[in-house]
Design a protein around this ligand. Structure first.
Ligand SMILES: NC(=O)c1ccc[n+]([C@@H]2O[C@H](COP(=O)([O-])OP(=O)(O)OC[C@H]3O[C@@H](n4cnc5c(N)ncnc54)[C@H](O)[C@@H]3O)[C@@H](O)[C@H]2O)c1
Ligand SMILES: [Zn+2]
Length: 376
């Protein structure tokens, strides 16, 4: 059973990846808290609870209180945090309360933020139920909610006591969600782990069909990348930036399509191809490596197409620029498993790279059926 430690100046905890973790939740919480008293509260969505409540309750003598947040990015808001906090208070939750985030990245981000601020901070455990949440969002301590002005603008670093990634839970995930989440694993391979990249090349059929041992291997390797990077740079002052590979144009695509048309992983996939095109034109990556990267990204499709011009997408990246004193840091792969961070990518360069990504998208989607769209 892969157990991956994460250690930062402010926290140390394990990410466990295995089947049947949900069924054995109560003794696991007990072990994590040894002699410390705790009262568990599960935060989840009605959909996830409908599928997994039996297993979630199986190991408890006294069932924990369950709080619900409706599914969807639209509920990742301050108003949800306030409503959940009110429900905690009404239920008599005190500083010994322990939250369990049972859901995808939305549930994880909201629950983590609620734990960060309820009574100035209480314990929580991540029990991610989507592939994206298992390989990415549950790891690293970033929590928060969206504002109308933009995504993730309110938040806090607050690490969980543990991450329990139960691979059984991926069995009920719609295939489109699985594929989109796998794009973050491909990203991890591109930026940091050539072995993971090769494994995903050689075992695509098994991984995409949800084979448990193949998925466990991919989740564990992806988590290792994130845990290693976060351990070296918790607050994103340097190395952690490499996790943003593909996200500059990826976020622009999400904004241009009002976060409704594509799943996050799909937008990152197109964004990765655009970033790769910058490296290709600069000749800082070999054509052979660039080709392998593009082929693997498309192999884990079909990726939904979208409508936006290169001009609009590049214009939308300016908010990324603003966040770091007007300088746009850009992550470019230099081969498979290595990257460089450059600060001199011009708008013209990015425009050309985005244009050729859009051309590829038109060819790709002419032959593929789009993945199921996210519910608004
Ligand atoms: N904190 C971080 O470091 C970080 C990193 C990456 C992404 N994120 C955030 O993660 C969020 C996206 O997460 P997501 O992709 O998991 O989306 P999500 O949480 O919206 O979940 C996607 C859908 O899958 C359903 N679902 C969840 N688990 C299921 C299961 N086992 N079976 C069937 N259906 C299931 C949910 O009900 C939902 O409808 C975004 O808000 C993003 O900003 C955070
Ligand atoms: Zn991402």
């Amino acid at each position: 059973m892969p157990v991956i430690p994460l250690k930062t100046p402010t926290a140390a905890y394990d990410i466990t990846i295995a089947a049947n973790l949900l069924k054995t939740l109560a003794p696991r919480l007990k072990k994590l808290n040894q002699d410390k008293p705790f009262r568990p509260f599960i935060v989840t969505s009605p959909e996830v609870w409908g599928l997994w409540s039996k297993q979630a309750l199986a190991s408890f003598k006294e069932p924990p209180t369950v709080l619900f947040l409706p599914s969807g990015e639209a509920h990742k808001r301050m108003s949800s945090v306030e409503s959940l906090a009110q429900q905690l208070a009404t239920a008599g939750a005190d500083r010994d309360s322990l939250l369990i985030a049972l859901g995808g990245g939305v549930i994880g981000d909201v629950t983590g933020f609620l734990a960060a601020i309820y009574m100035r901070g209480i314990r929580y455990v991540q029990l991610p139920t989507t592939l994206l949440a298992q390989v990415d969002s549950s790891v690293g301590g970033k929590t928060g909610v969206n504002l109308l002005a933009g995504k993730n603008l309110i938040g806090s670093f607050h690490h969980p006591q543990a991450v329990l990634a139960d691979t059984n839970l991926l069995g009920t995930l719609p295939p489109g969600q699985l594929r989109a989440g796998l794009q973050e694993s491909i990203k991890a391979g591109i930026i940091y782990d050539a072995k993971l990249f090769r494994y995903m090349e050689q075992n695509a059929d098994a991984i995409l069909s949800g084979d448990p041992s193949a998925l466990t291997r991919v989740v564990a390797a992806s988590v290792r990348v994130k845990a290693d990077v976060v351990s070296k740079d918790e607050k994103e002052s340097g190395l952690r930036m490499i996790l943003n590979f593909g996200h500059t144009i990826g976020h622009a695509i999400e904004a241009a399509t009002n976060y409704k048309q594509l799943l996050h992983g799909e937008a990152v996939a197109w964004g990765s191809i655009a970033a790769l095109n910058v490296a290709r034109t600069r000749k800082t990556i070999t054509p052979a490596h660039a080709e392998r990267i593009t082929t693997l990204i498309l192999r884990y499709g079909p990726l939904s197409p979208f409508k936006a011009t290169a001009e609009k997408l590049v214009a939308l990246t300016s908010s990324d620029k603003k966040t770091r004193s007007g300088v746009r840091s850009f992550v470019l792969p230099t081969s498979i498993g290595t990257t460089q961070i450059v600060k001199d990518v011009t708008d013209a360069e990015l425009l050309a790279a985005t244009e050729s990504m859009l051309t590829l998208m038109r060819q790709h989607t002419a032959v593929a059926t789009p993945a199921k769209k996210r519910k608004p």
